[in-house]
Design a binder for this molecule. Structure first.
Ligand code: NAD
Ligand code: WQD
Length: 344
């Protein structure tokens, strides 16, 4: 298939492009590089031997988006990653989040409608569940009132897709990711947070390499086995492979329903302290960390029921927590060699 990957130079997008190319698909990337670097295109080419076609523009620009779709009449499917994703920033700048995440989706759906493209895989998030009443969380668990504008854009995007699916006879798969971490084994691509990271794993690796003096562990008074919050961490390469499976499911018309939702996680929850211990185990280092106050808005625990993705999508995560930490550490060390500006 010829697959449009929006946000394809980003963290999850770049890993997905690699897996798509390795399965013989042709990829076209659109990204405005608002949260990624153009060099990722060369890194992808180094891994796969194929340089993906790349267009740099903002998908919220309706006219540019229209022109793009006109110039690409043979797109078979879309994987839509492009979005802003920082929860805290979305609290401070809600309109920026609604505009970016919703306008870009609407422009893509318009492009699909106008050009007869019917297949789309969408990046959703476990954030749509908030703190679920029952664990592990199933796809049928209630979507609760959003805790952040970011989470709200994912809930609204899913609704927009559902109605568009019915109205325009689309085939849609929404993938609700839990906590993607780690990097490609080649250490050519990985997560590249701009400035101080919000997420746990890049904060750990940046602390270990000396960019940050100390990791703050946000609270150890939760109702969890060691008091620190529990999440379902998932290797980004496993996650990338799930996108290949999902888009091929659309191609082969294997869907049971035109609009489907799948949880993507490992099904196992780990606490913050367990993640730190895994990192120390694989790196052989002692991490400098300190327990501090809870981070406002953090939920206590969440992990996925992955049985629907395992049985129906035919996908299962294979990497464990140590693999995730090992690859994240290898990537951090590779990044250090590059001396990128804006990381310190
Ligand atoms: P990322 O920021 O690394 O990648 C997103 C890419 O989209 C970036 O390269 C950015 O430049 C691009 N982009 C953003 N707005 C754009 C626009 N208007 N036009 C063109 N390009 C634009 O993020 P990621 O971690 O790879 O996440 C990808 C998707 O997965 C996002 O939709 C995110 O919300 C979702 N998601 C991420 C996580 C996570 O923890 N990383 C978890 C659940 C869901
Ligand atoms: C994990 C755990 C923190 C940093 C976020 C988004 C969610 C989804 C995934 C996109 C928590 C603790 C963290 C630090 C810490 N993204 N922590 N010290 O919050 O589960 O989810 O990313 O959809 O929507 O909210 O991930 O990596 O930020 O935190 O103690 O410096 O690590 O308290 O328990 P989170 P995270």
């Amino acid at each position: 298939m010829k697959i449009l990957v929006t946000g394809g130079t980003g963290y999850i997008g770049s890993h997905t492009v690699v897996e798509l190319q390795q399965q013989g698909h042709q990829v076209v990337i659109v990204d405005n590089l608002s949260n990624s670097r153009g060099e990722v295109i060369d890194a992808i080419a180094k891994i796969t031997g194929i340089k993906p076609e790349f267009y740099q523009f903002d998908l919220t620009d309706a006219e540019k988006s229209k022109q793009f779709f006109k110039s690409q009449p043979d797109i078979d499917a879309i994987i839509h990653f492009a979005a802003y994703k920082a929860v805290g920033e979305s609290m401070a700048e809600p309109l920026m989040y609604y505009r970016n995440n919703l306008d870009s989706l609407i422009n893509i759906l318009q492009g699909m409608k106008d050009n007869g493209i019917s297949r789309i895989v969408f990046s959703s998030s476990c954030t749509v569940y908030g703190q679920p009443d029952e664990l592990p969380v199933k796809e049928t668990s209630p979507v609760k009132e959003a805790w952040s504008p970011y989470g709200n854009t994912k809930q609204m995007s899913e609704q927009i897709l559902k109605f568009a699916c019915d109205a325009y006879a689309l085939q849609v798969i929404a993938l609700r990711y839990f906590n993607p971490v780690g990097a490609h084994e080649s250490a050519q691509i990985g997560e590249l947070p701009m400035g101080v990271p919000n997420n746990l794993v890049p904060y750990i690796t940046q602390t270990a390499i000396g960019i940050r003096p100390r990791l703050m562990v946000f609270g150890n008074d939760y109702s969890t086995p060691d008091g620190t919050p529990v999440r379902d961490y998932l290797h980004v390469v496993d996650l990338a492979k799930a996108h290949v499976t999902a888009v091929e499911r659309l191609q082969t018309e294997a869907q049971k329903m035109p609009y489907e939702v799948f949880n993507l996680g490992t099904g196992t929850g780990y606490s913050v302290l367990e993640v730190i211990r895994a990192f120390e185990r694989v790196s052989g280092l002692k991490l400098n960390f300190k327990i501090t106050a809870r981070r406002p808005g953090d939920i206590e625990k969440v992990w996925a029921d992955t049985s629907f993705a395992n049985s129906e999508l035919g996908w299962k995560a294979v990497y464990g927590l140590d693999d995730m930490m090992r690859s994240a550490w290898k990537w951090e060390q590779a990044l250090m060699q590059q001396k990128l500006p804006g990381r310190y």
